[in-house]
Design a protein around this ligand. Sequence first.
Ligand SMILES: [Zn+2]
Ligand SMILES: [Zn+2]
Ligand SMILES: [Zn+2]
Ligand SMILES: [Zn+2]
Ligand SMILES: [Zn+2]
Length: 199
Amino acid sequence: MAVASDDATRNCSHCDRVIPSSNFDLHFAHCSRKLEKCKICGDMVPRASAEEHFLSTHAPVSCSLCSETMEREVLAIHKGENCPQRIVTCEFCEFPLPAIDLLEHQEVCGNRTELCYLCNRYIRLRERIGHDSRCTGVADNIAESSRATRPVERDRVPQRRQPNEFSRKRLLFTIAITGIAVLLGSLLFQRKTEHSQVH
Ligand SMILES: [Zn+2]
Ligand SMILES: [Zn+2]
Ligand SMILES: [Zn+2]
Ligand SMILES: [Zn+2]
Ligand SMILES: [Zn+2]
């Protein structure tokens, strides 16, 4: 049986595959003429489309975001984790922006302050998470001086802003009225002078 099966197959030297003896001549003629072994992956590919196989399977690709050229195996990782132009979001304001700008943006964004309603202090956004877990709801010694003024300041702000806006509106209104009066006055004056010239 073993001898019989050895006779039943032959090894194709071109593609290095085991071929049934009955098909061998036909296979070899076709294989050696039409196919070639890809030097990179070892697959047998049609000679006519060898270049296409290389371009679509092995040729380096360029990232559509930053146009850097790389092996196609790493493209997905590059786009998801390494590309400087991939879109990420700021951890403080959740604004989407290219990764390359993130550090600089967060440097500024994280320095903004927000009022902690528990201890009534202004906390930098970058320190907010740590602060929230530590905040006792009582202003500590460092904030002692600002604690005295801040609630007053906070109460005063809305009262101060309203008259401000109100008086600004009144001022604009006054200016408008004055403007109209001046305009009417000059028109009347013009008419008077025209009349007097006619007479
Ligand atoms: Zn072959
Ligand atoms: Zn290949
Ligand atoms: Zn990229
Ligand atoms: Zn931000
Ligand atoms: Zn606090």
